[in-house]
Design a protein around this ligand. Structure first.
Ligand code: SAM
Length: 183
């Protein structure tokens, strides 16, 4: 995987389904996230960590907070809320902060007003209605990777980037031919 500039963490507020936690932690880890956190989870996270067969929790630092006021992010890390409301910034028009923590709402509700207060930005994925929180997390992290990953630019024509032939072809070792000495 191409490396991404900066770092990011992912969190969820009031999450209640094991499967969603598992999906989001795994996606965060797969895309190179640096940490995972929950705020007021509605399920026993310690039990979940013990029964985590994917081992995703073994690879990421995990932080748990009882309420938004307890949230303690690394210095300079910008909290970005993700919610589908009219006044949010459209994700395709959003510039991701180099140091960011993305926070998602519960399956049956939205980000709390308290937590929204702590968000420097709130972004939405423009669509007709909400999708599963795990799907939303994957879209946002993928968008970050597209924007901050070190990839070749997309070409104007359909298809992948042109390969610089001089770099990809093996060097041809030509035998030197001595020029004939003129008689
Ligand atoms: C399934 S939604 C919750 C239901 C939704 N808030 C509602 O009132 O119908 C769970 C979480 O996923 C995220 N989410 C889902 N779809 C989204 C979208 N299109 N844009 C931004 N966030 C989204 C948000 O963080 C949201 O709180």
């Amino acid at each position: 995987m191409s490396s991404m500039r900066g770092y990011f963490g992912v969190g969820v507020e009031g999450i209640s389904k094991e499967q969603n936690v598992g999906t989001i932690v795994r996606t965060t880890h797969a895309f190179g996230g640096s940490f995972f956190f929950t705020i007021r989870p509605s399920l026993d996270m310690q039990e979940l960590k013990v029964s985590d067969t994917s081992g995703a929790f073994d690879h990421l630092p995990y932080y748990q907070y009882k309420k938004p006021e307890e949230l303690d992010l690394p210095k300079g890390c910008v909290l970005v809320g993700v919610e589908l409301t009219d006044d949010c910034v459209d994700l395709p028009s959003f510039r991701h902060p180099l140091r960011a923590a993305y926070v998602f709402g519960p399956e049956m509700g939205s980000l709390s007003p308290k937590l929204t207060q702590y968000c420097e930005h709130v972004v939405k994925i423009p669509m007709k209605f909400c999708v599963n929180v795990g799907v939303a997390a994957a879209i946002v992290i993928y968008d970050r990777m597209v924007c901050l990953g070190k990839f070749a630019e997309r070409p104007v024509r359909p298809g992948g980037p042109m390969i610089d032939a001089s770099k990809s072809l093996p060097k041809v070792h030509r035998r030197r031919v001595r020029s004939k000495i003129p008689e």
